[in-house]
Write a protein that binds this ligand. Sequence first.
Ligand code: KG4
Ligand code: ZN
Length: 482
Amino acid sequence: MVRLILTRSSPVIFRLNNLPGISYLAKFSSLRIQRLHKHKLSPKTSTFSLISTSSSSNFQRKSLYCTGARMCSLPEKESLKFGDDLVVLGIETSCDDTAAAVVRGNGEILSQVISSQADLLAQYGGVAPKQAEEAHARVIDKVVQDALDRANLTEKDLSAVAVTIGPGLSLCLRVGVRKARRVAGSFNLPIVGVHHMEAHALVGRLVEQDLSFPFMALLISGGHNIIVLAHKLGQYTQLGTTVDDAIGEAFDKTAKWLGLDLRRSGGPAVEELALEGDANSVKFNVPMKFHKDCNFSYAGLKTQVKLAIEAKEIDAKCPVSSATSEDRRNRADIAASFQRVAVLHLEEKCERAIDWALKLEPSIKHMVVSGGVASNQYVRVRLNNIIENKNLKLVCPPPSLCTDNGVMVAWTGLEHFRVGRYDPPPPETEPDDYMYDLRPRWPLGEEYAEGRSDARSLRTARMHPSLTSIIRADSLQQQTQT
Ligand code: KG4
Ligand code: ZN
C-alpha cells in the first residue's frame, strides 16, 4: 500500500513529481531505512514505507489527499527510547534572532549559536520585517556553519534538518526555510517543519527528563501569550490566549517609553530597573479581572503605563542613564509597578487554567513556563508559587532556552522525526522565488470551548489550520487506511 504523507501545501509534492523522482526516492529510501534499522525504528513507521515503487501519477494522486503531518504507530514511551544517536540541526529565524543548534537524540546539546539583531532593535524600537529579513540573510550561512563546527560535525553526520515554518514573520521564516532546504537537499536529509510555539513548550522535555504527556504549558513571548494543555506530541488544547497584545510586547513598549537601553530587548531592561523601584507605588489595574476565562490582554495595561509616564513627564529621549535621581526613581517605580501587575495577570489566569486542565486530564504533574518572558526572575518566582500551590511542578528552561534558540527547534524536530513525521529531502536546487510552505499565522491547538473569546474570533482571517487539527486529521486518515 502506498501512503504518501506530505504537507498539503508543501511545494515538495509538486517538485518531486517533476523529477526522475521515484528512483531518487528509492535511493533515499534504502539509505534511510538502513539508518532507521540502526535506530530500531520499524520502516513501517517511516516515510519510506510510504514511498513505494508505484507510478508517479499514483504518487501525485495520493499526495493531493494528504493533510500535512506524518503519524507512526510507535507507542509514545517506546518511541522516546529510540534514536538516542540521531543528530538533528535546528534552524530558527521566525523573528529577530538567527539561531542554529545541533542536538543529539538523548538531549545532548552539541552546539548552540545565536546572532541577535540587537542594534536594529534599538534603532527601530521594535522588529522591522524587511530589515530583519536582510539581517537574517546576512548571517544565516555563518550561523549554521558555526553550529556544525562547534559540534565538530559536518552535514554528512546529520540525521535530519529541522526548521521553524511558523508562526512568525514570513519574510524572516523564509530565510531559515530556504537555508534548511538547501542543506537538506544537498545532503539528502529529511526535513522537519517545526511550530515555533510547540518548540518553546517541548524544550521543557529536553531539560526535564520526567516530563511526560499530558502536561500544561504557559508560553509567553513577544508575540504570543498562550496557555495550553499538551495531550500528546502535536496535540494541544488551547485554554487561553491574548485578545490583543502579548506580555513581551508590553515589556518592550514600557522599556521604550521609559528610555531604557533596548539592545538586549526591552524585557531584561525593565526587569533590571524594576529592582530599584517600589512595585506598589503606581496603581495599575489588573487586566480582565472580571472575565471568568483564561484569556489575556495587555493593550490596556500598556495604555496605563503610557499615561503614568506622561503624568511624570518622563522624556524617553533622555536615556535612563542620564536621568536625575528623582527621574530615575520615577521610572523605576513605573517599571516595578508595571511588572507586578503584568505578572499578577499571568498568575490569576494560570490558577484558573490549572483547575480547568486538571478536570480534563487529572494526571497532569507539570507545567512548563517558557518563551522569552519566562527568563524573567520575578515571573519565575511568582509562577512557581502558584504552580506549587496546585501541587504541580514548574519546569522552566534556563533563560538561554526560554528566548528564541535553535536547540528547541532541533529538539522538536527530533521528537517528530522519531515518530515518523517528516518530509523527504527536497531537490538539490530550488529557484530563489520558490513558494515555500510558510505559516505566519498558525495556531498551536484547538480552542477549549469555555475559553473562546468573541474579540479574538474576529481576527482569524488568513489563519492556517492548527497543528493539532492537521495531525489529528492525518491520524484519522491513517486509521482508515490500515
Ligand atoms: O520567545 P522570544 O525570544 O521571541 C518571540 O518569540 O517573541 O521572546 C522575546 C520577548 C521580548 O518581548 C522580550 O522583551 C521578552 O521576551 N523578554 C523578557 C525578558 N527577556 C526577554 N521579558 C521580561 N523579562 C525578561 N528578562
Ligand atoms: Zn519565541
